[in-house]
Write a protein that binds this ligand. Structure first.
Ligand code: HEM
Length: 209
């Protein structure tokens, strides 16, 4: 683009282009993502079915945390294809395939009483995780013989492909009518969600906090 607004990107410049919400989310949670990526890999989730089962339990508990967000009227109005996005049922079926029982001591859904703004941040984390899941799905297939119909539904590509679903979600993020303060709350929600996933992963693998 030739506009001085978009070409002058020097730090602190008044003419700097403001980041879109999706750009902010990516930039402001990158460190948390890397931490989580390393934590996941440190648990060696594809070394055997037991480890993989613990990983899927984490996915299940996280999806259960955010289940009620899919019924939120404001999120539904904002995200037309929201009903196609949950993965709780997929994770539950995978747990059955793997004969993993959900422990009783699991606490209440963490995102149940969230406002729409924070909830959108949690959804960003869930939706973005479907991108990295391309790699995880391949590992589950190659090393454990699992598939989108047995044990690895929770990592399978959404209908129409990962890229298209992600692109539509980013469009929603970047064409919202939120105030700057509300966008801050979305980013805060995303941070909470990354921390929560890490907490659930540690719990599923019996790791110290
Ligand atoms: C070993 C584990 C993981 C690996 C290797 C991984 C890898 C990746 C990769 C390669 C991308 C970028 C894909 C692309 O741009 O096409 C990505 C994006 C993302 N991942 Fe992960 N990921 C992992 C785990 C997770 C987990 C557990 C979560 C959340 C629960 C997560 C959340 C996200 C999010 C939100 C994005 C989108 C970033 C953006 O805004 O562009 N990832 N991941």
């Amino acid at each position: 683009m030739s506009s001085p607004l978009s070409t002058d990107a020097s730090p602190g410049s008044v003419a700097e282009t403001p980041l879109t919400l999706s750009q902010r989310l990516k930039a402001e949670t990158a460190r948390l993502h890397d931490m989580l990526d390393q934590l996941v890999m440190s648990t060696q989730p594809f070394d055997n079915r037991e480890n993989y089962g613990r990983f899927v339990l984490t996915q299940y508990l996280f999806q259960r945390d955010i289940e009620s967000l899919y019924d939120d009227a404001r999120l539904q109005a904002m995200i037309p294809d929201l009903p196609s996005r949950p993965r709780l049922a997929a994770a539950a079926m995978d747990l059955q395939d793997l004969a993993v029982v959900v422990p009783d001591d699991a606490d209440a859904p963490a995102a149940a009483r969230l406002a729409m703004e924070e909830g959108l941040g949690w959804l960003y984390v869930s939706e973005g995780s479907k991108l990295g899941a391309a790699f995880l799905f391949k590992e589950a297939a190659a090393r454990l013989g699992l598939s989108e119909t047995v044990g690895a539904r929770n990592l399978a590509a959404p209908e129409g492909g990962r890229g298209a679903a992600w692109k539509r979600f980013v469009q929603v993020l970047d064409h919202n009518a939120l105030s700057a303060d509300d966008e801050d709350r979305v980013v805060e929600g995303a941070r909470q969600a990354f921390h929560r996933f890490a907490e659930l992963l540690r719990r599923s693998f019996g790791l110290a906090a």
